[in-house]
Write a protein that binds this ligand. Structure first.
Ligand code: GTP
Ligand code: MG
Length: 312
């Protein structure tokens, strides 16, 4: 399952506008979208200048950056769509552009809505498990007790990120997910402008901005919140960046690229990206002893260039 980020926000805060800016997907932006509108799904590229430098070194024909899946759902007060429960992190879009905008207040409102959504979710599960517990199953009874305590916690207005004990994994709570606020407006990120710039080439878009894209900053904050690292595969055909969660291994890296590569994994050649640039080629890096051979359990580090040997 690829990692996924959900966009949340009050109605008309600019969620779909931010979605379009991040994914270049061109989804319809309308004031007061109907509740029946479907979720938008797209991918946001993770900017990484290391990849461009590696591709230039090797002369790769194709450059493929790593990406994060983004889901945008219509803003419906009091009814947070279920798709968001599968998200690994949430982006909170706050209106900072309309007359009387108050992003700090909206963030509080949104946090409370997420708590309420989790509260209702726990209550529904409690009703179901209570019925099942009537048969006397001790595991179900213990779950009823736990859910009752979770419900009391949420009733006090606190998020489940502040709950110290265990949480049943089937619950998929919203309030344990990292929540990254984005103010949409002149004192934050001008999402409407960024959406227009998303239709231009990167070079043209850069001419409009004085500095780096504020959206890159958002994506990098997501990358940190998800605790992602980047590794590279570099060849003449393609230079590509991939992500793993920190602590994942060379075998996980192989699986990310292709399940066949994981199945036939023999070993993995590893060079630090900056060593490869400094040496100018894989051969030179190997000659200087900067290329290591690692096995399946090697914990991949951010910036590793991997060449996985496999047979199928
Ligand atoms: N002036 C201005 N208008 C914006 C900005 N961002 C969004 N809008 C407008 O606000 C309206 C709603 O934008 P959307 O991106 O559809 O908002 P949303 O949060 O997806 O809305 P729902 O999905 O209906 O909850 C549209 O008319 C946008 O053009 C902005 O930065 N500045
Ligand atoms: Mg929308």
């Amino acid at each position: 399952m690829p990692l996924q980020v959900g966009i949340v926000g009050l109605p008309n805060s600019g969620k779909t506008t931010l979605f379009n800016a991040l994914t270049h997907a061109g989804a319809e932006v309308t004031a007061y979208a109907s509740v029946t509108q479907k979720a938008n799904v797209g991918v946001a590229v993770i900017p990484d200048e290391r990849l461009d430098r590696l591709a230039a070194l090797v002369g790769s024909k194709k450059v493929t950056p790593a990406a994060i899946r983004i889901v945008d759902v219509p803003g419906v007060r009091g009814d947070i769509p279920g798709e968001l429960r599968q998200a690994d992190a949430l982006l909170a879009v706050l209106d900072g552009f309309s007359a009387g905008a108050d992003p700090a207040r909206d963030l509080e409102t949104l946090r409370l809505e997420l708590v309420v959504a989790d509260r209702d979710h726990v209550e529904r599960r409690l009703e179901r498990v209570r019925k099942e517990a009537k048969s006397g199953d001790p595991a179900r009874r213990r779950e009823v007790e736990l859910l009752e305590r979770l419900l009391a916690h949420l009733d006090s207005g606190a998020p489940l990120s502040e709950w110290a004990g265990p949480i049943p994994s089937e619950l998929e709570p919203l309030t344990t997910k990292p929540l990254i606020p984005v103010e949409n407006g002149p004192s934050g990120i001008d999402c409407a402008l960024e959406m227009e710039l998303a239709e231009l080439s990167p070079e043209e878009a850069a001419e409009f901005r004085s500095g780096p894209s504020a959206l890159d900053e958002v994506v990098l904050r997501l990358k940190n919140a998800l605790d992602l690292i980047t590794f590279f595969t570099v060849g003449e055909k393609e230079a590509r960046a991939w992500t793993l969660q920190r602590g994942q291994t060379a075998l996980d890296a192989a699986e990310t690229i292709h399940s066949d590569i994981a199945r036939g994994f023999i070993r993995c050649e590893v060079i630090r990206w900056d060593d490869l640039l400094a040496c100018g080629s894989h051969a030179e890096a190997a000659r200087r002893g900067l290329q290591r051979l690692e096995g399946k359990s090697y914990v991949v580090e951010d910036g590793d260039v991997l060449n996985i040997r496999f047979n199928v």
